[in-house]
Each structure stands twice: as C-alpha cells, then as structure tokens.
Design a protein around this ligand. Structure first.
Ligand SMILES: Nc1ncnc2c1ncn2[C@@H]1O[C@H](COP(=O)(O)OP(=O)(O)OP(=O)(O)O)[C@@H](O)[C@H]1O
Length: 374
C-alpha cells in the first residue's frame, strides 16, 4: 500500500499544506526544528490515531488553534481509500471514505505504518516498556482483536489498580469485587498473551533470516517471551486464563499490600538472544543495533504476511545512526517494494547513490517545497 496524497490543516507547524508522494522513496530534507518529524508524525497519526511521541493531543494542534485535520489517500490493492482524522481539544473523529467510524479500533489497520526512529535502536537495550510498546503498536495494527483486547485490558487494569489502592488504605474491604475485576482482567490478559506468542513466533522466523543475511550467518537470533506468570509457552487461551486467575488468587495479599497489579501482560517482556545469549546483557552495541534493525525489518514482512500488503515505512533520521553496511542492507531491503519516507538534515553522496529515484522535499519552517520529482 502507499500514501499518494496528504493534506494537513493546523497540525503542529503546518497550517495548510497539500502534498503528493512517490510510491517509492520520499526524502524529507531540512535543518533542525523545521518540521520533518512533524510530517512523519502526521502520517503516523493518520494511521494510528495517536502520536508516537506524545500522549497529549493538544500538542498536535498548531499553537492557539482549536482543530487539526489530517487527510490522506491510500492506494491499496483493492483500491483507493480516503482517510480523515479530525483532532480537537475535545477528542478525535476518524472517517473512512467520508464515513465516520464508531470505534477507533475499527479504523486502525486501514493504513499500516512502521516507524523507525533513533529511539528504536534502543529496542534491545531499553526498558521492558519500550518492547511492550513496540509489540502493542505493531500487533495492534495487524489484528483488530488484539487492539480491542488491549484497550479493554487497560481499562480494567486501571479500575483494578484503583481498587487495590482502596483496599490497601482500607477505604474498601469487599474482596468479591476484586475477584470480579481479576476474572475480567485474566480473560483479556490471556487473549493478549496468546496473540503475542503467536505473532512473536512468526516475527522470530523473519528476524532470524534477516540477521543471518546481515551477519553472514554468524549470529543466530531468537526470541524468548518473559511472562510475569509461570510458563506460558504452548498454552491455550483457556489455560493462560486459568494461570492468570490463579496468580491473582494466590497473590492477592501481596497485590493489596503494594496497591497494584503485579501479574499480566502489562508486566511481561521479550528477550532477544544471539547464539542463545541475551543481547541486552552480553551483546555489543553493534549487535544490539543489528538486532533492532532485524526486528524492525521483520515487522515489515510480518505485516505483509498478515495483511497481504507491505506497510508504509517511516524512517526518522535513522540513516545517520547506521553504519554503511547496515544502511545498505536497509535500503536494499525496502527498495521498490515498500513506500518509504525518510527524514534527514542532509543526504550524503553514498546514501544518494543507494536510493533509486527518490522524490525529494525540502522543509523549512513548516513549508514544503518539492526539490526533485521522479
Ligand atoms: N503545536 C505546534 N504548533 C506550532 N508549531 C509547533 C507545534 N509543535 C511543534 N512545533 C514546532 O515544530 C518545530 C519542530 O519540528 P520537528 O520536530 O518536526 O523538527 P525536525 O525538523 O524533525 O528537526 P530535528 O531534526 O531537530 O528533529 C519547532 O519549530 C516547534 O516549535
């Protein structure tokens, strides 16, 4: 799939802009703080209805404006799709072919994007929350059930944590209500874990192959799901539900004492291993970067397998963070099959030679000028 047109109104430092893109590589060049990342962010928000770098929607509106609109035309195998997202201080509205969608989880997935920013190179060495976020954002796009379960899970988790705090401070005493919340949380949690295991298994196969290619088969990459509950692999949804319920039942005193939920997918993590050793603890910085790159590129293939089309790739200033070999690998992998938007302060000669026929835009103070068209 690819984004052929984009129109922004009052989005960050873009007051009014209309652009048309190449189905191949689009390069956004500009100095610092001119709006390169804002443009990628707009594309990301159009796909996901939320930003990758802020949870505050207000920040996305141009200073002193009440509404922002992002409109895009997506070309999919089955035809054109018009997407529209209206953001305001009161909330957001999403439309597909001019029809407002009742649920945002129905809207997400019409347009698939993968964002790769310098922070993603910390996917391996960063905190567990970074990996959970990655998993949730990527799997949520390919599976609406995953997204639905996740949002239900988050709502109940909030309620349960609030109630545990009340029990902790003795403002509440009713353990029956805690049991009800535990059951509901276990049900959604089991669905989430089961889907994570399924998708991670597929992702691992692609990542292994890519890592082999980059390292000439010297490094065998594997994943390990690290759950907050005992052994999860090979378990059905029902079994996972049982284990989660049991963990809540066995540890209620501990959870009340701490005033928070200690078990469930919000506490889980994924470990990356190279030749059976944890890359986070034993890997060199180079290995950690290669692993992050392999996992990201694997995600592109997984999305293709699950949705039947390649997603749109957003590369926010990552080329300069990668050495020559990794840059070459990345660009060769995406060339001609994945629509890509990449931001950079300047395009080096080497990179320019690697990119076939780019459409180049120059960005300055929220204005976009076409520099070279293919
Ligand atoms: N809500 C907003 N309204 C108006 N302008 C905004 C808003 N939010 C951010 N900006 C402006 O956008 C600019 C930052 O743009 P952006 O984050 O896209 O930088 P960039 O071009 O990617 O540069 P860098 O390479 O430094 O990341 C700043 O000038 C900032 O003042």
């Amino acid at each position: 799939m690819y984004l052929s047109e984009l129109a922004l109104k009052n989005f960050r430092n873009y007051e009014d802009v209309e652009l048309s893109f190449s189905p191949k590589i689009n390069v956004l060049i500009g100095e610092n703080a001119q709006g390169k990342t804002n443009l990628l962010e707009a594309i990301y928000v159009l796909a996901m209805t939320r930003s990758h770098r802020t949870s505050s929607e207000r920040e996305l509106l141009t200073f002193k404006k009440e509404n922002a609109t992002i409109r895009g035309t997506i070309e999919r195998k089955l035809g054109k799709l018009k997407l529209e997202l209206i953001l305001s201080k009161k909330g957001k509205k999403a439309k597909v072919n001019h029809l407002e969608q009742a649920r945002l989880s129905q809207y997400v997935g019409q347009m698939n994007v993968i964002l790769f920013a310098p922070e993603d190179l910390a996917l391996v060495k960063g905190a567990p929350a970074v990996r959970r976020r990655f998993i949730d954002m990527e799997f949520g796009q390919i599976d609406p059930h995953y997204l639905h379960n996740l949002s239900q899970y988050r709502t109940i988790l909030k309620q349960r944590n609030k109630y545990l705090k009340q029990l902790q401070s003795k403002k509440a005493v009713d353990l029956v209500l805690l049991g009800v919340l535990s059951d509901q949380l276990a049900a959604f949690g089991a669905e989430i874990i089961a889907r994570r295991l399924k998708f991670l298994d597929k992702l691992e196969k692609y990542a292994q192959e890519i890592q082999n290619n980059i390292t000439q088969s010297k490094e065998n990459l594997s994943f390990e799901y690290e759950a907050s509950i005992s052994e999860v692999s090979e378990k059905s949804v029902d079994e996972l539900y049982g284990v989660l319920r049991q963990s809540f039942a066995d540890n209620s005193k501990k959870e009340i004492f701490q005033g928070t939920t200690l078990y469930g997918p919000h506490r889980d993590d994924v470990r990356f291993l190279i030749n059976m050793r944890n890359v986070q603890t034993y890997g060199s910085q180079g290995q950690q970067r290669t692993t992050a790159l392999s996992v990201k590129l694997a995600e592109i293939e997984l999305m293709k397998e699950e949705t039947g089309e390649y997603p749109i790739l957003l590369l926010d200033d990552v080329l300069s963070e990668l050495d020559g070999d990794r840059q070459t690998h990345l660009l060769k992998t995406i060339q001609d099959k994945v629509q890509t938007f990449l931001t950079t302060p300047s395009l080096s000669e080497i990179t320019r030679q690697l990119i076939d026929d780019p459409k180049i835009f120059r960005i300055a103070q929220g204005k976009v000028e076409l520099q070279k068209s293919n």
